[in-house]
Design a protein around this ligand. Sequence first.
Ligand SMILES: [Fe+2]
Ligand SMILES: [Fe+2]
Length: 213
Amino acid sequence: MTDRTLGPIDRLLDDAQRALDTVFGAPPATRPNPAGNEADLVLDDAQRRHAAGLMRINHVGEVCAQALYCGQAAVARDAVTREHLLEAAQEETDHLAWCADRLRELDSRPSLLNPLWYAGSYAIGALAGLRGDGWNLGFVVETEHQVEAHIDEHLQSLPAEDARSRAILQVMKADEARHASNAEAAGARILPVPVPSLMAAASKLMKAVAYRL
Ligand SMILES: [Fe+2]
Ligand SMILES: [Fe+2]
């Protein structure tokens, strides 16, 4: 975890390490996987591919959330906001690990484009962060609401038999709602009109690609 006493070079190295861990490593979860003892029912091939496509989207969503928060933290002016962002990123690590576990169980893999998703989201996060700390937190709120909305879609769309993916998504959904209200309480401002729609468009593109790739 980044310390507010670190210098710029240390922080850069810390960011690079975090990016490599998120994209190529397997950061461990700090909480038990919510799928727990849910039976791993055998899905037919089409169901398994569909569930894997959805869980890959969720995994990419977590990669993007971490990258956004780290990009925002890199330019945050206020140390408290920076801590808030890095803490939010840290909490997404459990989600990342649980989605990766489920992808393995479904004989699938994370998106091959994760380095690209990470780099793009980091850049967007840093740009948003340059507008100031109220924007930074507003961006967190919007990101969390959008992630929560696509988790809801996936809960509807998952095969009924896939109780393990569903258990993971239900806990993630509750966490994302809490992340959004924490950021609201910390002083998020409401983003101006075109920004949420642009974010939704970017997320729609990501979902279409990550389902397959
Ligand atoms: Fe998350
Ligand atoms: Fe979150």
